[in-house]
Design a protein around this ligand. Structure first.
Ligand code: GLC
Ligand code: CA
Length: 555
């Protein structure tokens, strides 16, 4: 018998926990709701809109960073981890938001950015001021350069945002930054860094947060000696192969420490890893029983819209997480990728970053996005919804260069410079910008398209067939149907060509049927129709699914 034939050790059935099948709504604070008319969304704006999220039916929100920051990377460059940036409000506002959310039955997850700080962080300022040999330099990665006069970077690592991952300071030393130069990487071998983050965790846990989204969770530990990546430079950043700066085994010790802290608090506080690892098996390491709770499933996000690949990635994702008893997660959009209304229609759609979104037929894009969302929300595990996808917002592809703020756009034109297009502020109401995003006349930090009046919350609420009502209905069924409470109960069922179908067993069974082909397909009447992502054809006894349409049934 070979190893391959030996079944993996059985993992005990996991207990029911809120996060195992939670729908978590990502709020990008600067683009959600602006309370004071400066054109930038803020914490009081979010607090004011919490009833909308309760009515939508999500279980929790995840807030992208709102900490003190010079905003070189929209807040992913943190200067002080225990204060709120004045553009977003105060710690008291954060506390009010958390209390307000809890009162409505919503949990709150905040972003934690441990891989790097801002160049304005007190430690980095001391490191620069102290010069070579300063003990604060040891908390980051300072090195002398190569070449006769140290004029070359210490190694060949590229920054994810383009250009080298090293910047030289006035005294001649270089420091490492896997992202923008304003985001120096911490040295996680230094005990002060480890201690600092434990106290940051406790600060926010004490304030009442229900968990953390861990930014660049795979990047904290670098290989000893910072060896060159050599010919792998192209792909190592995308997490498709082994790399000296990502997914090192040493990182897991940090998460075991954090898990002990999370477990000290009542109410199941969680952490979700942003970990771009080379395989789902490697991703599963981050969610072993004594580490983090969830990891984003970027393999799923990047998968093309066809039966074979969707079946394969869903099956592999469930299998990989099952080996460690963790729930699988599903995401179609976030603040770093082209919105799926636009992305899923494109050729070469397997790629996530680094592409210019092309003009797509918006009607067709929306139809496919709705089918994809209905599929995602029918899967067992936890789903992440990015603000605005419930409105069917498309990627904004024609932002003029002068309004763009993504550092990637400015560091390397044409590389991954399109993250602004998914960050355009949300349309809430009205017929002209800022569409209720803030007070009239307040504007919005990125311009909203003229075509968004029909996509606002007010324009869609209560309207039969709107994308907002589709999400509301899907989330309501998800809560009510007995089979959808399961976290690992998916069973594939045979289906006609072009159609993906699965069932989930419960006191009543549930079936999801998705037509991913380009022809209408008759699927009969598998049971009671619960929901459809778009208009159906045929008769009640022989339903015909048009292309790019998902239907839910109770059987
Ligand atoms: C993560 C964030 C992204 C940010 C980067 C650096 O990938 O999602 O927005 O630019 O980390 O912090
Ligand atoms: Ca504001």
């Amino acid at each position: 018998m070979t190893d391959a034939l030996i079944a993996p050790p059985a993992v005990e059935a996991p207990p029911a926990s809120w996060w195992r099948n939670a729908v978590i709504y990502q709020i990008y604070p600067r683009s959600f709701a602006d309370s004071n008319g400066d054109g930038i969304g803020d914490l009081p704006g979010i607090t004011g809109r919490l009833p909308y999220l309760r009515d939508l039916g999500v279980d929790a929100v995840w807030l992208s960073p709102f900490y003190s920051s010079p905003q070189a990377d929209a807040g992913y460059d943190v200067a002080d981890y225990r204060t709120v940036d004045p553009i977003f409000g105060t710690v008291a506002d954060a506390s009010e938001l958390i209390t307000g959310a809890h009162a409505l039955g919503l949990r709150v997850i905040v972003d934690l950015v441990p891989n790097h700080s801002s160049e304005e962080h007190e430690w980095f300022r001391k490191a620069l001021a102290g010069g070579p040999g300063s003990p604060f330099r040891e908390r980051y990665h300072f090195r002398t350069g190569k070449g006769d006069n140290g004029e070359l970077p210490p190694n060949d690592w590229p920054s994810i945002f383009g250009g080298p991952a090293w910047t030289r300071v006035a005294d001649g030393e270089w420091y490492l930054h896997l992202f923008a130069a304003e985001q120096p990487d911490f040295n996680w071998e230094h005990p002060a860094v480890r201690d600092e983050f434990k106290t940051i965790l406790r600060f926010w846990l004490d304030l009442g947060v229900d968990g953390f989204r861990v930014d660049v969770a795979h990047g904290l530990v670098k290989e000893d000696g910072l060896p060159d990546v050599g010919s792998h430079a192209e792909w190592h950043l995308l997490g498709v192969g082994e790399s000296p700066c990502f997914d090192r085994d040493g990182v897991h010790e940090i998460y075991r420490d954090w898990r002990r802290i999370l477990d000290e608090y009542p109410g199941e506080r969680i952490a979700v890893a942003e970990a771009w690892a080379p395989s789902l098996a490697r991703v599963s390491h981050y969610v072993r029983g004594d580490e983090l709770h969830q990891a984003f499933n970027f393999s799923y996000l990047g998968t093309a819209w066809n039966v074979h690949e969707q079946w394969q990635i869903i099956d592999e994702s469930l299998a990989a997480m099952r080996t460690v008893g963790a729930p699988t997660t599903w995401t179609l959009s976030n603040h770093d990728v082209v919105r799926h209304t636009t992305r899923l229609m494109q050729a070469g759609e397997g790629e996530v970053a680094g592409r210019k979104p092309a003009e797509v037929d918006q009607e067709a894009g929306l139809r496919r996005a709705r089918a994809a969302s209905a599929l995602m929300l029918a899967l067992p595990g936890s789903a992440y919804v990015y603000q605005g996808e419930e409105l069917g917002l498309p990627e904004v592809i024609d932002l003029p260069p002068e309004v763009r703020q993504d550092p990637a756009f400015h560091r390397a034109t044409g590389q991954d410079g399109y993250r602004d297009g998914c960050r355009v502020p949300i349309p809430w109401s009205g017929t002209a910008a800022p569409y209720g995003f803030g007070p009239d006349g307040g504007g919005s930090w990125l311009p909203q398209p003229d075509s968004w009046a029909g996509l606002s919350v007010a324009a869609q609420a209560g309207v039969d067939g709107s994308t907002l009502e589709l999400y509301r209905a899907a989330l309501a069924v998800r809560k009510a149907h007995p089979a959808l409470a399961g976290t690992d109960n998916l069973r594939w069922v045979p289906a006609p060509a072009g159609v993906l179908a699965f069932e989930r067993d419960g006191a009543e069974n549930f079936r999801c049927t998705v037509n991913m082909g380009d022809q209408p397909v008759a699927v009969g009447r598998p049971g009671e129709l619960l929901l459809a992502s778009g208009p159906l054809d045929g008769t009640p006894d022989n339903v015909v699914l048009p292309p790019d349409t998902t239907a839910w049934w109770s059987i």
